[in-house]
Design a protein around this ligand. Structure first.
Ligand code: APR
Length: 234
């Protein structure tokens, strides 16, 4: 498998599941006891900003209690060994790829450990709770800060760069994503439409888009990824 020159890896909540981060669609459609539309839409933030700020502050705090797992570390190893050839596009807002040693990580749905000012557009690294009364460190206004998260109905980040990576890749691997949420769910079709890239799905179970992939590995990412990475390196 050593022939690949541009590898793109799409990750979703499933890669962080073994670290203890809750996935979105595995518990009766509820995310940490909330309906997604009550906490992860611009309308929810307009309706009840305190609830949404509290929700994301709790998610941010939970990051202090979790560690990267064998899957994050295996991908970091792949990136180290194939210097510059491996791009990770993640739908996850946690920082477990980075803490597992990963580099060149594109957070298309934003990052929990960042907040953004709606007034002056500045983006800030953020480890603490954030509330409506918290002032923007740049412009001093409040309420003005919001989670630096792409909510349903908002445009994912870095789509131009992502389109370039997808067009150029010769291996596309999707890991731990249910294939329910676009545009990420459509990446495999985009890759296939543009070239001859090999495509692999790694997921606990077949995803919505499983039939689009040439190769499937079903099981836990933390168990499957170390072996897959060794195959790619040998
Ligand atoms: N290893 C591999 N896959 C796993 C594991 C595991 N240990 N545990 C769960 N999975 C799989 C599940 O079977 C499921 O198919 O990971 C997938 C997780 O799917 P979702 O919870 O839907 O997460 P994701 O696809 O990342 O969601 C996409 O939706 O809510 C929004 O913006 C949010 O980024 C998120 C997007």
């Amino acid at each position: 498998m050593g022939q690949y020159k541009n590898i793109v890896i799409l990750t979703g909540a499933g890669i962080s599941a073994e670290s203890g981060v809750a996935t979105f669609r595995d518990n009766d459609g509820l995310w940490e006891k909330h309906r997604i539309e009550d906490v992860a839409t611009p309308e929810a933030f307009a309706r009840d900003p305190d609830l949404v700020q509290r929700f994301y502050s709790l998610r941010r705090r939970q990051l202090n209690e979790v560690e990267p797992n064998a899957a994050h570390k295996a991908l970091a190893k792949l990136q180290r060994e194939l210097d510059g050839k491996v791009t990770i596009i993640t739908q996850n807002v946690d920082d477990l790829h980075e803490r597992g040693g990963g580099t060149n990580i594109i957070h298309m749905h934003g990052e929990l450990r960042k907040v953004r000012c709606k007034a002056c557009s500045s983006v800030h690294d953020w480890r603490e709770d954030c509330a409506q009364e918290t002032e923007c460190p740049s412009c001093g206004r409040a309420p003005s800060l919001r989670p630096h998260i792409v909510w349903f109905g908002e445009m994912p980040f870095f789509m131009d760069r992502i389109a370039e990576y997808l067009a150029e890749c010769d291996l596309f691997i999707s890991i731990g994503t249910s294939g329910n949420v676009y545009p990420a769910a459509g990446f495999v079709a985009e890759v296939r439409a543009k070239g001859n890239a090999h495509t692999i799905e790694v997921n606990l179970e077949p995803s919505e888009g499983a039939s689009m992939f040439a190769e499937h590995r079903h099981g836990k990412a933390g168990e499957l990824l170390p072996a897959l990475v060794e195959e790619l390196l040998n």
